[in-house]
Write a protein that binds this ligand. Structure first.
Ligand SMILES: *[C@@H]1O[C@H](CO)[C@@H](O)[C@H](O)[C@H]1NC(C)=O
Length: 405
């Protein structure tokens, strides 16, 4: 996408901070990591699922302008890949293109994805997910498809009876898979004539490496075109982050380390604005990877909103924007049913929490931070698995007050 020159306006201050920082020496060797990132099957798959995720996020962001939005795209990749196993060769090709698999040339694609999903769900990472296909029984379903998906992904598609029992069944399953954290997955029953439905959900409670000593501090958050709202914030001085400023995108970026090789990237526009189109347009796996190599270690006075959010939506209309309009007309799911089976819903729900806890205290220094990073206006964030580069969560926060669990 757009090639962005990365300008460190804080260069001088940052190098000063870097000299003070104990982790400053780790910057060398970054190039090697970059080369590594897109060469193994796992990291190529990580990049593919991320690029699909950014495309999905862009599609949602442009349809829902100036609102809070959140996605756990990797779970959508997971469920649409399951669905691709039920398609004709052409249907598979169409789905693979949208999922950004077409350049992978990975003969073990399903195994690679399965392993990636297992690695990002490792217990320490704080992510739980659910991804499953639900099919109307009246389609006269082919049993081989059930076994195929179950063998590959360990989750068996489910036949629906139709009616209210289905909603309870789906909601109970999602709740169970997410340790009770994603409740009421469907707020209303599936339409009576629904055929093929995909379910994807995620819960994330990441743990910081470095804890915040102050939490629950009520502070102002600026809102585009409205008066500030009072929200709960976490605060910590001398907090180790990686940081940089992008003059083309007019934002400052901070990468905050979480436990088990996860990190959060925050993109904070210089101005109070809910229009982050330019920024949203730049996001690709490669852009974020290049960016992460440019950020420099710094100790900052960090102020972050205490996030507690829940978001659900039907992603079906967005698939039109991802080059799947033609496929949606005739999905060709010949391995699922001999009848014409169309996609009825692509429901998705995410729940995420941040808490001040971490397993380390910031290093005690006699001087306080020279830089402050205050996330007190609309921002965009993403959560990335560092080992694979896979995008786990992405969100736009325009008004934290509107967020609720
Ligand atoms: C958002 O910003 C872009 C350019 O950054 C501009 O083209 C677009 O018109 C803006 N959208 C709105 C709704 O203001």
């Amino acid at each position: 996408m757009k090639q962005t020159t990365f300008l460190l306006v804080f260069g001088v201050v940052l190098s000063f901070c870097q000299a003070q920082s104990e982790t400053g020496g780790e910057e060398t060797g970054g190039e090697e990591e970059h080369v590594e990132l897109f060469t193994t099957p796992a990291t190529k798959m990580g990049a593919a699922t991320s690029d699909f995720g950014y495309n999905l996020f862009r599609a949602l962001a442009s349809r829902e302008s100036a609102t809070n939005i959140f996605l756990a795209p990797i779970t959508v990749s997971a469920v649409l890949t399951q669905l691709s196993m039920g398609g004709s060769e052409q249907a598979e090709r169409q789905l693979y293109r949208a999922l950004r698999y077409h350049t992978l040339q990975d003969p073990q694609l399903h195994t690679t994805l399965k392993d990636l999903l297992a690695s990002v769900k490792a217990p320490g990472k704080g992510l739980s997910t659910a991804a499953r296909i639900y099919l109307a029984r009246r389609l006269r379903l082919k049993q081989d498809f059930f076994s195929l998906v179950e063998q590959q992904y360990g989750v068996r598609p489910k036949a629906l009876l139709g009616g209210n029992r289905d909603m309870k069944e789906i909601n109970d399953w999602v709740s169970q898979e997410t340790g009770g954290k994603v409740q009421r997955f469907l707020a209303k029953a599936l339409p009576r004539n629904s055929a093929v439905n995909t379910v994807s959900a995620a819960y994330f409670k990441g743990k910081w490496v470095t804890r915040f000593s102050q939490s629950g501090v009520m502070e102002n958050f600026q809102v585009d075109g409205g008066s500030p709202v009072r929200i709960s914030m976490m605060q910590q001085d001398n907090y180790p982050v990686k940081m940089g400023a992008d003059s083309d995108l007019s934002c400052t970026i901070a990468q905050i380390q979480m436990q088990d090789d996860i990190s959060m990237f925050i993109f904070l526009p210089d101005d109070v604005t809910s229009n982050m189109t330019l920024l949203e347009e730049s996001l690709t796996a490669e852009f974020v990877q290049d960016l992460s190599m440019t950020l420099l270690p710094a100790q900052v006075s960090l102020t972050l909103p205490t996030l507690k959010l829940s978001y659900s939506t039907d992603l079906l209309p967005l698939l039109n924007d991802l080059g799947l309009a033609e496929w949606l007309e005739t999905p060709d799911l010949e391995k699922i049913s001999g009848q014409a089976a169309t996609l009825s819903s692509v429901n998705h729900k995410v729940v995420m929490e941040t808490a001040p806890e971490g397993n380390q205290y910031p290093s005690a220094t006699s001087t306080t931070s020279h830089l402050s990073y205050r996330v007190d206006r609309p921002f965009l964030y993403l959560i990335r698995d560092e080992a694979s580069g896979a995008l786990l969560f992405i969100g736009r926060v325009v008004n934290p007050k509107d967020l609720s669990i």
